[in-house]
Design a protein around this ligand. Structure first.
Ligand code: AMP
Length: 416
């Protein structure tokens, strides 16, 4: 099946066109036929298209909304004469659409075929993800109007992998009625990424799902850690929103909540402004005063010995280390620690600093293997005697979304 995977943000749309099938899954013979991104939707948009067997194209045009962006992509990839991809020459060659949906609340515990009830459910979660869910719904509606009601669409939620967390992990210790009344609890995000790398780890180790006891750390511009027991997420570092937990590109991660009121008072800020500060001006950017980009910070530290760059990197690594320790305790030990995300996949230096002096916990990196594991490579970077194996596994959320889409569509033969 050819599955169009859509990840719609408020002003951006990322897509991949993936050929995959339940039968192919065992052999990992999926093919990415095209991928790309539309940025700055709502004004003069920038479009980057990568199609199989064709040179990359960068385009600019005014696109007013998600629908216009999707229409533009399809025109350029599928409908334009001469632009056809192998096996795809008409819209009818796209068999299903898989959407990344950020928040599924407590309602969606797995990926689902979208119908009017599911749409209502995603709408109900808007109050939990006011920026993301409306954009995701925009993508679903745009796809519906371009492809028609008959094309199956599937929602894959960032939160659903973490729906297996036990109460002691997802409840905040605030008055319990507030959880009942407002659903204030920890949900966790990045679930598709943690689930994908856990699945890949199982494949590499030849393990059953029930025997998968690992810690996964997704370190990119957004960062989160996940404790996985018997194949299920039992704890994760992001919470009610993606702000909690690790230090990120521009997000603070954990802070004492009293800082909010203190800051609002001292700096004369509204709570909305403090929230923006913690989400957009903190993390690596806030600490360094330079950039949210880890590669640039590492360059600054190495080339100019920049003190604030070093500080930002040190706080970042220390926080990850603390979560690894906490999750080793939560799991009663783990078989592996898996690094993924732009930083986790590419930076041997960050992996080294995180794993430094964790030998007592049974974590020992093999320096040469660690340095060699960059640029999309996959494998073990720990020593042969390390009790906890350390892996680098590049994430592929789009592939998991495409596979879930096929699974959901095939589970309902009426529709397929
Ligand atoms: P992501 O959000 O997963 O795309 O990750 C983006 C982050 O990965 C940015 O902070 C990049 O600087 C970082 N990154 C990518 N490549 C490297 C690298 N070779 N070394 C350090 N950080 C990197």
């Amino acid at each position: 099946m050819n599955v169009l995977v859509l990840n719609c943000g408020s002003s951006s749309l990322k897509f991949q066109l993936v050929e995959t099938d339940v039968d192919l899954m065992a052999s990992d013979a999926d093919t990415c036929k095209a991928r790309g991104v539309v940025e700055r939707i709502g004004s003069q948009a920038l479009i980057t298209l990568n199609a199989e067997g064709q040179p990359q194209r960068k385009l600019a045009t005014a696109l007013r909304d998600q629908g216009a962006a999707l229409d533009f992509i399809l025109r350029n990839l599928v409908l334009q004469p001469g632009a056809a991809l192998p096996g795809i020459s008409a819209l009818s060659d796209i068999h299903a659409i898989g959407h990344r949906v950020v928040h599924g609340g407590e309602k969606f515990k797995k990926s689902v075929l979208i119908d009017s009830e599911v749409l209502r459910g995603i709408e109900e979660c808007i109050e939990l993800a006011p920026l993301h869910n409306p954009a995701n719904l925009g993508g679903i509606r745009a796809a519906r109007s371009l492809f028609g009601e008959g094309l199956p669409q599937v929602a894959v939620f960032d939160t659903s992998f973490h729906s297996s967390m036990p109460e002691e992990a997802y409840l905040y210790s605030i008055p319990y009625p507030l959880y009942r009344r407002h659903k204030i609890r920890r949900y966790g995000f990045h679930g598709t990424s943690h689930r994908y790398v856990a699945h890949r780890y199982r494949q590499l180790e030849g393990k059953e799902r029930e025997a998968t006891n690992i810690i996964t750390v997704h370190l990119g511009n957004g960062c989160s850690a996940c404790a996985i027991k018997a194949g299920n997420s039992v704890d994760t570092s992001m919470g009610f929103t993606p702000l909690e937990g690790l230090v990120m590109g521009t997000r603070s991660g954990d802070v004492d909540p009293s800082i909010l009121e203190f800051l609002a008072h001292k700096e004369g800020m509204s709570l909305a402004e403090v929230d923006l500060l913690l989400n957009k001006q903190s993390g690596l950017l806030g600490l360094s005063g330079l950039t949210n980009d880890m590669r640039e910070l590492l360059d600054e530290e190495r080339e100019h010995g920049d003190r604030r760059a070093r500080l930002a990197i040190d706080v970042f690594c220390y926080r990850v280390k603390k979560y690894v320790g906490a999750y080793l305790a939560a799991l009663g030990g783990a078989d592996a620690l898996v690094f993924t995300g732009g930083i986790g996949e590419n930076s041997a230096e960050i992996r080294r600093r995180i794993c430094n002096e964790l030998e007592w916990f049974g974590i020992a990196l093999e320096p040469e293997a660690n340095v060699a594991m960059t640029g999309g490579k996959e494998g073990v970077v720990s020593t042969a005697i390390s009790r906890v194996k350390v892996y680098v596994i590049p994430t592929n959320e789009e592939l998991l979304i495409a596979r879930d889409t096929v699974r959901c569509v095939k589970a309902v033969p009426r529709r397929w």
